[in-house]
Design a protein around this ligand. Structure first.
Ligand SMILES: Nc1nc2c(c(=O)[nH]1)N[C@H]1C(S)=C(S)[C@@H](COP(=O)(O)OP(=O)(O)OC[C@H]3O[C@@H](n4cnc5c(=O)[nH]c(N)nc54)[C@H](O)[C@@H]3O)O[C@H]1N2
Ligand SMILES: Nc1nc2c(c(=O)[nH]1)N[C@H]1C(S)=C(S)[C@@H](COP(=O)(O)OP(=O)(O)OC[C@H]3O[C@@H](n4cnc5c(=O)[nH]c(N)nc54)[C@H](O)[C@@H]3O)O[C@H]1N2
Ligand SMILES: [Mo]
Length: 697
């Protein structure tokens, strides 16, 4: 049977699943799907472990013990502060309890005292947007969903007016593939399939990353930049491209705006200037720029990771200028891709129902990366009195974790968590509701990295009393007497309406066709060259010069600004001399899959990667337990001494659930809830830390 991977990843793999006696026994990639090509990641291959996990929530639960079961004992041992903290209750009691509490909160404090919190636990459109109509109708606080892509997208849009790029399948046939701030071997395995095909056809592959990832290992060249310095590298490349005449004058004339200003501006940004900042030699830099300038058939695949820095928006804006200098955007095997999320659009109001919101003033908006502040700030008026979490595990994934946990631990906060498994956040809930997984409910999937629309029908019965987001929000809507007509539809009826009203891009794609084939290509030209002759900016061109950025306090021309939490912050760097980046690991997806015994074993425990010189200076050796800390907090990791990272840069991969991490706190106690330069997103990778030996537990 066909299904679709629901996880937050640009691949959106088409899956072939085998079910026997009501249990999932096998998951493989669908060889018929043009993007998946039969290849799936090691996490989803083991999906049975997740679907049939002993940590699945099977019935609605009510809290009877204290909040926040997993805590740090200080010495490092996880503290399990109680057992039987939850007792099962009926669905009716659970929904009644929530509706009754919300009615009194709304009467006393207004609906803004209720905050929904969700992200992309599932990319299925029905289950992703299931809560929007209810919360819109109530007038609850809005959530500004910034945790992942907002900064990157704001930067990309500044140059190109939209968030799309040349289709990644087009890299096959290019002369040069640049994987810039993307560990595709972990985070989007299907991009690696294309990279291998491109390389087999003669492409030279360059990976730009502060540490040697498995992606870098498979490249012809690894450019090991210092974190947060890619903007400087790109400016020096522009300097070389323009100085050496390695530019496409016809493309620049036809499709870009502000070249004269840019050319003047980059004269100062010499390779020698960038060498000091990036840690690369000027020779490496010049050679790379010339290689890039030697061909229009150059394809840059940029990861979202690169934007998770104080200067991340401007970095993405700057990189987006490069293919406009060489004219690569117009080449069927060239260009650049950050995300294809705006390559097409649908009628999302069918799912979100903005029209149900009360007329007049829009409810306040809370930036999700500042959840801790929202829950603890005495100035919040009204205070957040109820939090409803679904499709997300904020206790583990949000930055400034200490403050998030302080907020979640508030006894007067009424927290509901709708979850598949008993996550860190669930331990802080007053009510836990059991959720279905993708194989147990119906949904429609789009993708931000490829161009097919897919349908997945349920292939397994829900275990216990698990219900889909759609079903649960429908039940709550009926109890509260709001948005009832919207939720009276079936999931299937909603998908049919969405397809019927979504216009040009879904031309020829019917529900029946998706049901039969599992997937269909959206009506998008092939090859796809969105910037061949310009871009949907105010000038209609790719914009090197963007004066409107000045209104947001940003320079009009691409400019490199040092990280506010980086080596240039000498006061902080004196106390915390190591830059710490926190990228995804191979076997988890954000914090999902941390529940799996098998995958935790494969992942070999939470570790901090350190260069030999940095470890030795601190008297640390392979396998030692170390405390990584800064002013925000500390967490425990096993030391992994490796030449895969450079001196001065430590790497902590992946997000472990608290209960599986010594000390009961994970990497996000170290990360900050300060917003990056654009879009309101986080600077997850801009951290300064120190590492020291930790006493034995
Ligand atoms: N296995 C796995 N796959 C995942 C995820 C996961 O957690 N695990 N998460 C999913 C999600 S939600 C998303 S958004 C995407 C994440 O996708 P991305 O955020 O694009 O993450 P990666 O592809 O790992 O790319 C991050 C890379 O950027 C590097 N990096 C950090 N700072 C810098 C810098 O200053 N310069 C440069 N050049 N590189 C830098 C990191 O070292 C890392 O190798 O992946 C998705 N796929
Ligand atoms: N240190 C560090 N922190 C990071 C990142 C990083 O690279 N480093 N990356 C950040 C990024 S890019 C992102 S996108 C965020 C992601 O943060 P989250 O979106 O919170 O991602 P997950 O940890 O995968 O948690 C998703 C949860 O949704 C649940 N879920 C899945 N499907 C359903 C469903 O249908 N219904 C309900 N009710 N629940 C469901 C899953 O069981 C899972 O527990 O994390 C961010 N945090
Ligand atoms: Mo993400």
């Amino acid at each position: 049977m066909l299904s679709v991977c629901p996880h937050d990843c640009p691949s959106a793999c088409s899956l072939v699943v085998t079910v026997e006696n009501g249990r999932l026994v096998d998951v493989t990639g669908n060889p018929e799907h043009p993007f998946t090509q039969g290849v799936i990641c090691g996490k989803v291959r083991e999906y049975a472990e997740r679907v049939h996990s002993p940590l699945r929530v099977l019935r609605p639960l009510k809290r009877v013990g204290p909040k926040g079961v997993w805590g740090s004992s200080g010495s490092g041992a996880p503290m399990f502060k109680g057992r039987g903290d939850f007792v099962p209750i009926s669905w009716d009691e659970a929904l009644d309890t929530i509706a009754t509490r919300w009615r009194s909160i709304i009467a006393e404090s207004g609906a803004e005292a209720i905050l929904p919190f969700s992200y992309a636990g599932t990319m299925g459109q029905v289950q992703y947007f299931a809560g929007h109509p209810l919360f819109n109708a109530l007038g609850a606080s809005r959530l500004h969903r910034t945790i992942c892509v907002e900064t990157a997208y704001a930067g990309w849009r500044a140059t190109l007016g939209t968030v799309t790029g040349n289709d990644s399948t087009q890299m096959v046939g290019s002369d040069l593939v640049v994987l810039w701030g993307i560990n595709a071997a972990y985070s989007s395995i299907n991009v690696m399939t294309l990279v291998k095909q491109a390389r087999a056809r003669g492409a030279y592959v360059v990976c730009i990353d502060p540490y040697r990832t498995p992606t870098a290992e498979q490249a012809d060249e690894h450019v090991m930049v210092r974190p947060g310095t890619d903007g400087a590298l790109a400016l020096a490349m522009m300097h070389v491209l323009i100085a050496d005449g390695l530019i496409d004058r016809a493309y620049i004339e036809r499709a870009t705006h502000g070249f004269a200003e840019l050319a003047r501006h980059v004269r100062d940004f010499t390779p020698q200037w960038a060498a000091k900042i990036t840690g690369l030699s000027a020779d490496t830099l010049v050679a790379f720029a010339r290689r890039y300038g030697a061909t229009k058939r150059s394809f840059i695949r940029i990861g979202i990771g690169i934007s998770r820095h104080d200067n991340g928006g401007m970095t993405c804006r700057t990189l987006a200028c490069l293919p406009a200098l060489t004219g690569a955007y117009a080449d069927p095997h060239g260009g650049a891709l950050l995300s294809s999320s705006s390559a097409y659009t649908f009628n999302f109001n069918v799912l979100m129902r903005e029209d149900l919101a009360p007329k007049g003033r829009a409810p306040r908006s809370v930036n999700m990366i500042q959840l801790g502040r929202a829950l603890t700030d005495p100035e919040m008026a009204p205070a957040v009195r109820s939090l409803y979490v679904y499709n997300s595990n904020p206790a583990a994934v949000c930055p400034n974790q200490s403050l998030v946990l302080k907020g979640l631990a508030r006894e007067d906060l009424f927290t509901v968590v709708h979850e598949q498994v008993l996550t860190d956040t669930a331990h802080y809930a007053d009510i836990v509701l059991p959720a279905t997984v993708s194989l147990e409910h119906l949904d429609l999937y789009e993708s931000y990295g490829q161009f097919t629309l897919q349908l997945a029908r349920p292939v397994l019965p829900p275990p216990g009393e698990a219900r889909s987001n759609w079903t649960v929000f429908g039940g709550l809507a009926r109890k509260l007497g709001v948005a009832t007509e919207h939720y009276a539809q079936s999931e299937e009826a909603l998908i049919r309406e969405f397809l019927a009203k979504s216009g040009a891009y879904v031309r020829g794609i019917s529900y029946e066709r998706l049901e039969r084939d599992g997937w269909a290509r959206l009506d998008i030209p092939d090859p796809y060259l969105p910037f061949a002759d310009g871009a949907p900016t105010p000038s209609g061109k790719v914009e090197f010069f963007v004066p409107r950025l000045e209104r947001r306090g940003l320079p009009a021309l691409p400019t490199w600004v040092p990280l506010s939490e980086g080596p240039a912050n000498t006061e902080l760097a004196a106390r915390y001399p190591l830059q710490c980046i926190v990228p995804p690991n191979r076997f988890f997806l954000n914090s999902s899959f941390s529940q799996s015994d098998l995958l935790r074993r494969r992942q070999q425990g939470p570790r901090v990667f350190m260069a030999a010189h940095d470890a030795a200076r601190r008297g640390l050796a392979e396998g030692d337990r170390a405390r990584v800390f800064n002013d925000r907090g500390s967490a425990l990791f096993a030391v992994h001494v490796t030449d895969a990272t450079q001196s001065g840069v430590v790497v902590i991969e992946g997000i472990w659930w608290h209960r599986f991490q010594p000390g009961g706190r994970n990497v996000n106690v170290l990360t900050s809830d300060r917003v990056a330069d654009m879009g309101g997103g986080p600077a997850f990778h801009s951290n300064l830390v120190e590492v020291e030996r930790a006493g034995e537990a």
